[in-house]
Design a protein around this ligand. Structure first.
Ligand SMILES: [Zn+2]
Length: 201
């Protein structure tokens, strides 16, 4: 089973992917983490990221193809953080067919509330909310938590704009594989809702 997650920043794609990984034995692939991993051994990719540049679609295809074909993806995967545009969705289809595109629906005000309270672990990528976590270290690995550079009000606005500019095309492209869920519930409720829809298909 191959799943992509579509949703605004802060809609909980990483959390849902981790939940589905446990429940269905699928590999959780975070596109951002994959790119950061590749950058460690590939100077060309490292230079791009360090310069704050986007990975172009041709390079993204090369990186994704390499990752998806590894043995740990044999049972399937949940891809989080890709595709973000129609062009990327078409490119992914050239690599392989996707079974489900799960759309996490969330209001803009909830996105601001969540990202404005978000703390991230730079070591293991765990995410916390100031609203329900009052420590400043990661409870999994003990690293000091940080506010991600792109979780400031201005960049949140920019990220939402980019998301809004692409979402209609993405939903249309995936209309035959689309599962829509309300992403404003608790993490457990969201994982349960997505699992129910997958099982029904
Ligand atoms: Zn951690």
């Amino acid at each position: 089973m191959k799943i992509v997650l579509i949703g605004a920043p802060g809609s909980g794609k990483g959390t849902l992917a981790a939940g589905l990984e446990r429940r269905f034995g699928l590999k959780h692939l975070s596109f951002g983490q994959i790119v950061r991993g590749v950058a460690k051994t590939n100077p060309r990719v490292k230079a791009l990221i360090d310069g704050g540049n986007m990975i172009d679609d041709a390079l993204a295809k090369e990186i994704l193809t390499g990752r998806i074909n590894q043995p740990d993806c044999q049972n399937g995967f949940i891809l989080d953080g890709f595709p973000r545009s129609l062009a990327q969705a078409k490119m992914l289809k050239e690599i392989m067919e996707i079974d489900f595109a799960i759309y996490l629906k969330i209001s803009e005000s909830e996105v601001f509330r969540r990202l404005g309270n978000r703390l991230s672990c730079p070591n293991c990528n765990a995410v916390y909310s100031r609203q329900n976590y009052d420590q400043d270290v990661c409870k999994t690995c003990g690293a000091k938590l940080v506010v991600r550079a792109d979780d400031t009000t201005e960049t949140i606005k920019k990220r939402i704009e980019i998301f809004n500019a692409n979402i209609k095309d993405l939903l249309k492209f995936y209309k035959n594989q689309l599962l829509e869920i309300d992403a404003e519930g608790t993490p457990d409720a969201v994982v349960q809702a997505a699992s129910n829809l997958i099982m029904k298909e």
